[in-house]
Design a protein around this ligand. Structure first.
Ligand code: RIB
Length: 319
């Protein structure tokens, strides 16, 4: 009888090639900013989350996603195949361009991102139904962002819940439909940033009190565990009745692209290993803090050793 390899994490999401210009400041609409430096990097919120989980996990991570049959798609696939990922469910969509993100990064680390989703929009619920039952039953944690069609994300959530997985949804980019479509019922851990929390709740989220109020509103909408990531202001973690405000880890940020994705991927690893929500949030925050000190999306993602070395210097050394 074949031995089934443990693969604890399933990520469903997007794959993009990031075309980045780094300059002193971000242009205003109608303005041209000169003097920038151009580079290309592997990106896509889903791929960043999958790679963050894969570099921090001990076992391979399953990734469900789609690329086009162009050169960007080929490059993305070969880069993903070199990671600790099970890529057998990655789909190549004939005649479609692969996802591309145009990204502007300022010297302050702030960024603007515009995405042409291309083949990412062709990841269909049928692709998710085609993943064998034993793959779901063998896993512990499912992660999705919202750069894939909502019906596909929901198909993934349904399979995950049917098999008893912990589900994490990072509502990036924010889409209020997720609130109505599933009423957050299928989501165990919901991880908006401040901007996304504001869009989803219709309230301003700038202070820790705002974050807590938005988190409470999202809990009322149906998800009992909410983490609002607040960049340099840390995280607001709501776990049923318990609320904790965690400080950010002080680092010199040069590029915040993919920081949220790294947080979610590392969070998936920590939760799949049985850590509590607070412990997992601390560990994921360390991973995200390392990533903002480096440029590019996937090139910035730390390994498990780097996160552990960093954690052992702080107070939250993992077991
Ligand atoms: O979160 C960062 C990511 O958003 C980038 O890698 C880009 O591809 C967009 O998906």
């Amino acid at each position: 009888m074949p031995v089934l390899q443990i693969m604890s994490i399933i990520v469903l999401g997007s794959i993009n090639t990031d075309l980045v210009i780094r300059s002193q400041s971000l242009p205003q609409p109608g303005e041209t900013v000169l003097g920038g430096e151009f580079y290309r990097a592997a990106g896509g919120k889903g791929a960043n989350q999958a790679v963050a989980a894969a570099r921090s996990a001990r076992d391979p991570v399953i990734f469900l996603a789609a690329v086009g049959d162009d050169s960007f798609g080929q490059e993305s696939l070969s880069a993903l195949r070199s990671e600790n990922l099970d890529t057998r469910f990655l789909k190549v969509v004939p005649g479609q361009p692969s996802g591309v993100a145009l990204i502007l990064v300022a010297a302050s680390g702030q960024n603007l991102i515009s995405v042409a989703s291309g083949a990412n929009l062709h990841l269909r619920p049928e692709d998710i139904h085609a993943v064998p039952k034993e793959v779901w039953q063998n896993a512990r944690v499912f992660v999705a962002c919202l750069e894939s069609p909502l019906e596909t994300v929901i198909a993934g959530l349904r399979h995950a819940k049917q098999s008893g997985l912990t589900t994490i949804v990072n509502p990036a980019p924010a889409d209020r439909e997720i609130m109505f479509a599933v009423g957050l019922r299928l989501i165990d851990v919901f991880t908006p940033n401040e901007t996304e929390a504001a869009l989803l709740t219709g309230r301003e989220v700038r202070s820790s009190a705002d974050a807590e109020a938005a988190g409470r509103q999202l809990q009322t909408a149906g998800c009992s565990r909410v983490i609002i990531t607040r960049g340099e202001h840390g995280c607001c973690v709501l776990d049923d009745d318990v609320v904790e405000h965690l400080d950010a880890i002080a680092v010199e940020a040069i590029d915040a692209v993919a920081a949220g994705d790294v947080f979610n991927g590392a969070l998936a690893t920590a939760l799949s290993e049985g850590r509590s929500l607070i412990e997992a949030t601390r560990w994921a925050s360390r991973a995200a803090a390392i990533s903002v000190t480096r440029r590019g999306a996937q090139p910035s993602i730390p390994t498990r050793d780097e996160i552990e070395l960093n954690a052992s210097r702080g107070s939250d050394s993992p077991t």
